[in-house]
Design a protein around this ligand. Structure first.
Ligand SMILES: [Zn+2]
Length: 238
């Protein structure tokens, strides 16, 4: 995914998500009858509704009513958050337990039913790092078809004076604030790779990579008055 341009990436994401969704959903969630695919795979409907279906002795499927007689492909939104402190000079990064050694990135998590993106950003940062955030701003989106995710990138602000906690949901191995100078050293390849403190961050084709680079180079999420100088790495790449 990281090597595709925007057009190829969108084609692949659509094809993979649609194939996966059709392959996984074989039965009506209402009555258990097999479903059939229509509209070239973009909808699934209950086979008990077909004119030749034999429904003797069965209650009519509840999906026979109104718009409920179709199942549509799903998209599961993930929020990816670049949290900077009030000065705009520090960014919060974390490490998930299964990640490769030295890999650090923005915190992220799935949107829950009934949540706005803003609420999801606030909840996830509280759960994963014990951080309360405000000033949530949308920045970028990337379809991520494994199997049907939409990565959405946000900026938010928090106080770096408050303690970080990773024991609330135990998802992160570690979380810490990095200074702009530290991140610029990483991006400019100026770290000593053998040093204990050296780290890797996501590529500029991923939302987290866009947010980290844009902030580090003085764009959105930076100190007050700098948000006009947007790096636009992601847009530029495509
Ligand atoms: Zn049914």
């Amino acid at each position: 995914m990281g090597n595709f341009d925007a057009f190829e990436s969108a084609l692949f994401a659509e094809a993979r998500s649609m194939t996966d969704w059709n392959a996984r959903n074989k039965f009506c969630p209402s009555c258990g009858s097999p479903v059939y695919s229509l509209w070239a795979g973009w909808k699934l409907s209950c086979s008990s509704l077909l004119p030749w279906a034999d429904n003797t002795g069965r209650k009519p499927c509840a999906t026979a009513q109104g718009l409920h007689n179709f199942e549509h492909p799903r998209t599961d939104a993930v929020v990816v958050m670049a949290v900077t402190d009030e000065s705009g000079e520090k960014i919060l990064l974390g490490r998930n337990k299964p990640w490769p050694k030295k890999f650090w990135s923005c915190l992220s998590g799935f949107l829950e039913p009934g949540e706005s993106f803003e609420d999801a950003v606030k909840r996830e940062l509280w759960e994963e790092a014990g951080v309360r955030v405000w000033n949530v701003r949308y920045r970028t989106t990337l379809p991520w078809p494994f199997p049907s995710t939409l990565l959405t990138g946000f900026y938010a602000t928090a106080s770096s004076a408050e303690p970080l906690r990773t024991d609330l949901d135990n998802e992160l191995e570690d979380a810490r604030w990095y200074t702009r100078e530290e991140i610029l050293r990483v991006l400019n390849g100026a770290q000593d790779p053998s040093a204990e403190s050296s780290i890797n961050v996501p590529p500029p084709t991923m939302p987290a990579g866009v947010l980290i680079r844009e902030w580090a180079h003085g764009g959105e999420g930076g100190p007050p008055g700098t948000s006009g100088k947007r790096e636009d790495t992601w847009t530029k790449a495509f």
